[in-house]
Design a protein around this ligand. Structure first.
Ligand code: COA
Length: 259
């Protein structure tokens, strides 16, 4: 399906979604948010798509934030709806059945950092700059930053980033666990694609259930373990488990069908 502000290519089970407003550093306006929703809903429904890479067009930015031109004249009620709308779409990405690798190819500020946080794995190019600069505008992060950032980097680092508004470099992001790896700009997309392909070759239901279990790892331990046991049980209701175990015993590569 064609989108006004996104590119989407599927190859060998991996979809690459590129936010395509390079002249505005891929800032998230309502159209981009709507396109992201439509595109991820479409990808979630495609069985041949097993993993997604999300990146930004151009050399400079992943996403430089929510489109600030939309902020003028917002009432408090409008602003709360604005935040809820972005959160709804980011939740769709995070809780969807396909693992998403963010290829952070430059600025990931405000809503850009929050979008990367809604992805399951983050890789960055060496020119990346990640931050929550909202306090410079007199607002707070609204697309999940106050909730997902502390869960990923811990409260102390999250508060420093959110209260100063200062961005951090790719090296610092790696050190605090905000990204998993750094590459050169040229190597970022091939590396992200390779990682996504590796995940795509694994049992799709097991990948989906594992993600769901890890996303709930903020539950009290007893509840989290209960949930893990339930999901472990669910994985035994699949054809994939038969194929995976049989292939191991027959010393061949499994051919998972995601069922
Ligand atoms: N919303 C709307 N437009 C944005 C944007 C945003 N978040 N970020 C960048 N742009 C636009 C700029 O207005 C400019 O448009 P123009 O060429 O039509 O004037 C274009 O993108 C290029 O940005 P520019 O500021 O000229 O690039 P730069 O290299 O000098 O600076 C940044 C890059 C990222 C440091 C700077 O654009 C910036 O601070 N952006 C806002 C970041 C932010 O606060 N995000 C959180 C929003 S809540």
């Amino acid at each position: 399906m064609p989108y006004n502000s996104l590119l989407c290519d599927v190859d060998e089970g991996v979809a690459v979604v590129t936010i395509n407003r390079p002249g505005k550093l891929n800032a998230l306006n309502a159209e981009v948010v709507d396109d992201l929703e439509a595109c991820f809903k479409d990808l979630h429904a495609q069985t041949e798509v097993r993993a997604v890479v999300l990146t930004g067009a151009g050399e400079k930015a992943f996403v430089a934030g929510a489109d600030i031109t939309q902020f003028s004249g917002l009432s408090p009620e409008d602003a709360a709806s604005f935040a809820r709308r972005g959160q709804e779409v980011f939740n769709l990405i995070e809780s969807g059945p396909k693992p998403v690798v963010a290829a952070v190819n430059g600025y990931a500020l405000g809503g850009g950092c929050e979008l990367a946080l809604a992805c399951h794995i983050r890789l960055a190019s060496d020119n990346a700059s990640l931050g929550q600069p909202e306090v410079n505008l007199g607002v707070i992060p609204g697309y999940g930053g106050t909730q997902r950032l502390p869960r990923v980097v811990g409260r102390g680092v999250a508060l420093e980033m959110i209260l100063t508004g200062d961005p951090i470099t790719a090296e610092r992001a790696l050190a605090v666990g905000l990204v998993n790896r750094i590459t050169t700009q040229e190597e970022l997309l091939p590396t992200a694609r390779k990682l996504a392909k590796r995940i795509a070759s694994r049992g799709p239901v097991a990948v989906r259930l594992s993600t769901a279990a890890v996303l709930r790892s903020d539950l009290p331990l007893r509840d989290g373990l209960q949930q893990e046991a339930d999901l472990f049980g669910q994985s035994f209701a699949t054809e994939d488990v038969k194929e995976g175990v049989t292939a191991f015993l027959e010393r061949r590569k499994p051919e998972f069908r995601g069922q």
